[in-house]
Write a protein that binds this ligand. Structure first.
Ligand code: ADP
Ligand code: MG
Length: 292
């Protein structure tokens, strides 16, 4: 039987063929492979197409690394998916899960990323930097709660969703974004709906099992002992939660003369291990450190 090399010999332009063979044989990696496997002349000739394939990878194999192996007397090319390609696939799957599992009424927030956040003012630039730094902090294994406060529309939900997506780039992590008023409503609805999957138990295990959770818009829920107790339980069951709110720290926890929206014990759980992980959109001069 004729070898592939011999068939090629017959059907293609000889000058071109010689030039291709020359380029293959002058390649140092190919030379080392031939020497390393002590390949004979006929084995080398039979291997030209595989050498050529190795040196000219097909675009369809983007995301794969190729390797030459010596097999049954001639060279062969094997492909393996690159670490980056595997990681990118995992990240994509994790983000799909985040979007599907998040409990949020404003669907546009699901598409929020750092790239789509416009930093046109100094405040937006600092907010973006804060969010970037926070994502890096959690990606590097940092723990503790974080806070974003400020008026409606300032980009708190957008940036906190972007942080979760960036966080998931690490692979093997889970994250969820929930609007707190929606959580409370879903659980209350489940009281009268036996088929609801959002029972209090299910919700608790959902919210306490993910590695990083955003509880969005605290203070927008109808306040009750129930909603406050639930918040305390969720926060007690977690290490790292990003909380956003339209309320100021004073409004959240009150002062000596005025009751806050939440009892001190709830507020103190929100501010657990918060360090400097707080950003107030209103306070340009002193935005990184809230007076907690
Ligand atoms: N700087 C920004 N660049 C791009 N889109 C923004 C920016 N700030 C806010 N948005 C968009 O405006 C809308 C309101 O922002 P959002 O994050 O929901 O504000 P907040 O949660 O502070 O009330 C969202 O659709 C969000 O994607
Ligand atoms: Mg919001």
């Amino acid at each position: 039987m004729e070898s592939i090399g011999e068939v090629m010999d017959k059907i293609i332009d000889h000058d071109k063929y010689d030039a291709v063979v020359d380029s293959i044989m002058s390649n140092e990696e190919i030379q080392a492979f031939i020497a390393g496997n002590e390949m004979q002349e006929t084995e080398i000739r039979k291997s030209y197409p595989k050498f050529y394939e190795y040196l000219h990878p097909n675009k369809a194999f983007d995301g794969f690394t190729s390797k030459l192996i010596f097999h049954n007397g001639y060279a062969d090319v094997v492909y393996r998916e690159t670490e980056e390609a595997i990681k990118a696939k995992k990240t994509k799957a994790a983000i799909r899960k985040l979007k599907a599992g998040s409990l949020i009424l404003d669907e546009t927030i699901k598409d929020a990323t750092f790239d789509t956040f416009k930093a046109e003012t100094a405040e937006e630039s600092s907010a973006l930097k804060f969010a970037h730094d926070l994502a890096e902090f959690y990606k590097n294994g940092g723990k503790g709660n974080a806070f974003m406060s400020g008026p409606a529309g300032s980009g708190k939900s957008h940036l906190s969703m972007a942080i979760l997506k960036s966080y998931l780039e690490n692979g093997e992590k889970t994250a969820l974004f929930v609007s707190y008023s929606h959580v409370v409503r879903l659980i209350k609805d489940s009281f009268n709906n036996r088929d609801s999957m959002y029972t209090q138990n299910n919700m608790m295990s959902l919210l306490t099992s993910v590695d990083l959770l955003v509880i969005d818009d605290i203070g927008s829920e109808n306040n009750s002992d129930f909603s406050e107790e639930l918040l305390t339980d969720v926060l007690d069951g977690r290490m790292s939660t990003i909380i956003t709110t339209n309320l100021s720290s004073g409004e959240l926890r009150g002062s000596a003369t005025k009751n806050g929206r939440y009892a001190i014990r709830t507020a103190s759980r929100m501010f657990k291990s918060i360090g400097k992980k707080a950003f107030n959109f209103k306070d340009i001069a002193d935005k990184r450190v809230m007076p907690f």
